[in-house]
Design a binder for this molecule. Structure first.
Ligand SMILES: [Zn+2]
Length: 364
C-alpha cells in the first residue's frame, strides 16, 4: 500500500542526518544534492539558479501552466543540534531537527513524484527547493515569484498546522524594521547636558512602536532585540532596536510602515535612521485558492479523514505566490514543534497526508 512508511523514514533519516542551517549554504547544498539525485532518477530536468535555489522540472512545461511545488532545504537549527536532539522514534512520533519543518515534506513529495513517473499532469510539475526560507528567502524570492507567474496551482509542502490535520489557507505578512539612534556622547558626570542619549530615544520608541499594534485586526508588533551604549558612565551615542511585525492585510502593513517612519526622538539632537520593512506580504485567500482548498477537503474526506483550513501567524514562501496563483500551504508532514526542541512528525498521520498530496497533484 502506498506510501511505504519505512522507505520514507529511511529517506528522511538521510536528510535529517545532514544538518543544514540557513547560515551555511554549503551544508544546505549537501541536502539539495541528495534531493537532486532523487529528481534525476525520475528523469527531471534540473537547474541550479543564482543564489542557490534548485529547480526540478518533471514532464513537459506548458505555457498554460503546470503545478508548482515549493520546498526549502534549510532549517533553523545550528550545527551540533543533532547531538542534543538526536533522531529518535517514540511510539508514533519521530523526533529530530528539521523533521517537521520541513524535511519530511520533501520526502513525502518525492514518494508521490515516484508514483507519477511518466504520467505527469498537464503542464508538468516544477519543484523549487530553496536555501533560505527560514531567513525570509532573500535569494529565492525572485525565482519563486517568476515560477508562480506561470503556475496553475502552487502547493507548499510546509507542515500542516501543529498537532492537527489542518492546512494553512492564509498567513500573516511579516516584516522586520531596524531602528538606529544616533545621539551625542558625553561624560555622564562632568558634562551630561552636552550629551543626547540614544538609549532614552530608543526606549521611547519601544513603547511608541508597540503602540501601533492592533491585535483585533491581526497586527502584532514586538521589539525583539535592543542594544546600545558604550560604557556605564557615558551618555550613550548609539542604540538599536529590531522590531518584528505581523499583519493580516496589506492595508495594515502600510499603516504600520508609515507609523514607524513617523517616529521622532523626543530629543531633537538624536537622529533616527529606519531600515527594513515588509518582508513577506500577507497571504490572503483568493476565491480560486478557496476552491482549491474545497477540492482538497473533498479528497481528504474520500481518503477517510477531515481537514480544516487555518489562518496562521508565521509566514512562508506561499506568501509570495498567493497573489499570483491559487496557493495551498501545509501539504507536508503532520506533527508539532517547528523551531522547538520537541520537533517531530506524526508517523500515524503522515501516510494520509502523502496520499492527499498524491491525489491533489494528479487532480489539481
Ligand atoms: Zn518551513
Amino acid at each position: 500500500m502506498f506510501p511505504d512508511l519505512q522507505a520514507m523514514l529511511a529517506d528522511l533519516k538521510t536528510l535529517v542526518g545532514i544538518e543544514s542551517p540557513s547560515s551555511d549554504p554549503l551544508a544546505v547544498a549537501q541536502v539539495m544534492d541528495v534531493v537532486e539525485g532523487w529528481a534525476r532518477d525520475l528523469g527531471a530536468e534540473t537547474h541550479a539558479l543564482p543564489g542557490g535555489t534548485r529547480q526540478f522540472t518533471f514532464g513537459d512545461r506548458d505555457p498554460g501552466g503546470g503545478v508548482l511545488v515549493l520546498s526549502h532545504a534549510d532549517t533553523v537549527w545550528p550545527h551540533g543540534t543533532l547531538d542534543r536532539m538526536p533522531w529518535r522514534q517514540e511510539d508514533d512520533r519521530l523526533y529530530g531537527p528539521g523533521t517537521y519543518d520541513m524535511k519530511a515534506g520533501i520526502v513525502g513529495l518525492f514518494h508521490v513524484l515516484r508514483t507519477m513517473r511518466g504520467q505527469w499532469p498537464v503542464g508538468g510539475v516544477t519543484v523549487l527547493l530553496t536555501p533560505d526560507e527560514e531567513i525570509g528567502s532573500p535569494s529565492s524570492r525572485g525565482h519563486i515569484e517568476a515560477a508562480a507567474g506561470n503556475a496553475r496551482v502552487v502547493l507548499v509542502v510546509e507542515p500542516p498546522v501543529a498537532d492537527s490535520h489542518n492546512l494553512k489557507t492564509g498567513r500573516k505578512g511579516t516584516g522586520t524594521f531596524t531602528l538606529r539612534f544616533h545621539g551625542v556622547a558625553s561624560h555622564a558626570g562632568n558634562k551630561p547636558e552636552l550629551g543626547a542619549s540614544a538609549i532614552t530615544a530608543a526606549a521611547e520608541a519601544v513603547l511608541a512602536a508597540q503602540a501601533l499594534a492592533r491585535p483585533e485586526s491581526g497586527t502584532t508588533i514586538s521589539v525583539g532585540l535592543i542594544q546600545g551604549g558604550s560604557a556605564v558612565n557615558v551618555i550613550p551615542a548609539s542604540a538599536q532596536l529590531e522590531i518584528d511585525i505581523r499583519v493580516a492585510t496589506l492595508a495594515e502593513a502600510e499603516r504600520v510602515t508609515q507609523g514607524i517612519h513617523a517616529l521622532q526622538p523626543g530629543d531633537p539632537r538624536v537622529r533616527l535612521e529606519v531600515l527594513g520593512g515588509l518582508n513577506r506580504p500577507p497571504f490572503e485567500q483568493t476565491p480560486r485558492a478557496l476552491e482549491l482548498f474545497h477540492q482538497t477537503q473533498a479528497i481528504a474526506r474520500e481518503l477517510g479523514f477531515e481537514i480544516g483550513g487555518e489562518f496562521v501567524g508565521g509566514g512562508s514562501d506561499g506568501n509570495f505566490t498567493a497573489p499570483l496563483a491559487p496557493t495551498l500551504d501545509g501539504l507536508g508532514a503532520p506533527g508539532d514543534g517547528a523551531h522547538a526542541a520537541h520537533e517531530h512528525v506524526r508517523l500515524d498521520r503522515w501516510p494520509d497526508h502523502v496520499r492527499l498530496l498524491q491525489r491533489l497533484m494528479q487532480e489539481a
